[in-house]
Design a protein. Structure first.
Length: 180
């Protein structure tokens, strides 16, 4: 038994007599029982009903609000109390947002796609992209083809340049492939 005089049976908490807190007791509980009996020494206590645990059918528990949620509710109610109608401050019913707000500065992205990197992060990432482009593992390529790929990757990791050189090498203008 815990020091809070609660005992948990299969996820359901029962609160028993406070005198039994911290004591070793025998629990009497049937498989389909909703009640718990406790035996300590020669004396039996009970029945005790669940204080926590599974919710019976057609009953619902509301979640307790956290301190942050309670504070947000207080701020919201205070804001509703402090708000002034537009007629008091001399404005019409329709708010005019354009006159009082400062214009935001807008600067477009310079890169063609700012969310995608323009270079491969590593040589391994570049080799994975080349293997995906060729639709075959690089281990199946000839030693000359692998030497060319390594030479390209030593010179640059720029995605457009690497893929252009790989495309030109493996798929020349005639349209045939050296990979096959």
């Amino acid at each position: 038994m815990g020091i809070d005089a609660r005992v948990t049976v299969e996820g359901v908490a029962y609160e028993v007599e406070p005198d039994l807190a911290g004591e070793t007791v025998v629990l009497w509980w049937g498989l389909f029982d909703n009640e718990l009996y406790v035996e300590h020494g020669e004396r039996r206590y009970g029945p005790f009903l669940p204080v926590d645990g599974p919710i019976p059918l057609h009953r619902y528990r509301s979640f307790k609000k956290t301190r942050t949620q309670k504070r947000a509710d207080r701020i919201e109610s205070l804001a509703k109390e402090l708000s002034l109608p537009n007629s008091v401050i001399g404005k019409s019913n329709q708010p005019d947002f354009g006159s009082n707000t400062a214009q935001l500065k807008v600067q477009p992205f310079v890169d063609p796609n700012p969310f995608q990197e323009l270079t491969f992060s590593t040589v391994i990432a570049a080799k994975l992209a080349i293997a995906d482009y060729l639709a075959r593992p690089l281990a199946k390529l000839s030693s000359e083809q692998m030497a060319y790929i390594d030479a390209v990757l030593v010179s640059t990791l720029n995605k457009q340049e690497v893929m252009k050189q790989i495309r030109d090498f493996f798929h020349p203008l005639s349209g045939t492939s050296d990979v096959e």
